[in-house]
Design a protein around this ligand. Structure first.
Ligand SMILES: *[C@@H]1O[C@H](CO)[C@@H](O)[C@H](O)[C@H]1NC(C)=O
Ligand SMILES: *[C@@H]1O[C@H](CO)[C@@H](O)[C@H](O)[C@H]1NC(C)=O
Ligand SMILES: *[C@@H]1O[C@H](CO)[C@@H](O)[C@H](O)[C@H]1NC(C)=O
Length: 214
């Protein structure tokens, strides 16, 4: 659940391509970010701290690009920092992007399925964020089940499931009949399932129906 604690200063500039293009320079636009929230990144089970928008493309393809910075190294515990309401999974169920077992991973709330599989082989196919440095993170989700992920403009193989390319570490996700992709919103922030405390920074957020790039 997302709790409404305090608002981030946010502005929105719509470009012809992007649904949302956000540099956070011009104050907070309440119409554009009706559900914008901030809960400081506390520890403890299920601490939540998110800012989000429901302005996502309805075309079936959602690309989200953000620059992000994490200020402290995390532990092995599961910590999502992007959460995506996905009505394919059920009411109030989210696809979560976070860090677990040293790597970036997707986790489906409805059945806890991870992408990649958290085996040594699966872990080796993902990537790790650099602490205290800005990096460009982009992902693509589609109603056909496609997942694509780029970190600093490089494809992250373990976080990519597209037609024609075999992802050998997609067993857990593909065991489910649910096709992830009925995206209704995107939230950026922090959610702790353990005692971790951290600060995440997000900037230059773009949400569009086509690839954005760095
Ligand atoms: C992700 O978690 C691992 C421990 O499982 C940690 O070594 C790594 O630094 C974490 N990544 C970040 C960006 O904190
Ligand atoms: C991404 O690029 C930035 C800027 O060059 C760099 O500081 C950062 O360490 C890179 N991160 C990764 C995971 O490659
Ligand atoms: C990112 O990749 C695209 C496509 O490969 C390329 O056109 C673009 O120049 C790259 N951007 C950076 C900053 O490397």
């Amino acid at each position: 659940m997302l709790r409404q604690i305090s608002f981030l200063p946010i502005a929105l500039t719509l470009s012809s391509v992007a649904q949302v293009s956000e540099g956070f320079e011009n104050g907070w636009d309440q119409a554009a970010w009706p559900n914008s929230i901030r809960v400081d990144g506390a520890g403890g089970y299920c601490g939540h701290d998110f800012v989000g928008t429901i302005k996502v493309p309805s075309s079936g393809d959602v690309y989200v690009r953000t620059y992000l910075k994490v200020t402290k190294a995390l532990t092995a515990s599961h910590v999502p920092f992007i959460t995506i309401p996905d009505s394919a999974q059920g009411t109030n169920k989210h696809l979560r992007i976070g860090n677990q077992s040293s790597i970036l991973m997707y986790n489906r709330e409805s059945n806890d399925a991870a992408l990649p599989d958290l085996s040594p082989q699966g872990i080796a196919t993902s990537a790790t964020l650099t602490v205290n440095e800005w990096q460009c993170f982009e992902y693509h989700l589609s109603t056909d089940g496609t997942v694509e992920t780029w970190l600093n403009n490089s494809t992250v193989a373990g976080l990519t499931v597209v037609g024609g390319v075999t992802n050998l570490n997609d067993a857990q996700r593909s065991r489910s009949t649910i096709v992830t992709g009925l995206i209704t919103a995107v939230y950026f922030g922090w959610e702790s399932y353990d005692s971790d405390v951290n600060t995440f920074w997000f900037d230059h957020i773009v949400i569009a129906s086509t690839c954005i790039g760095s």
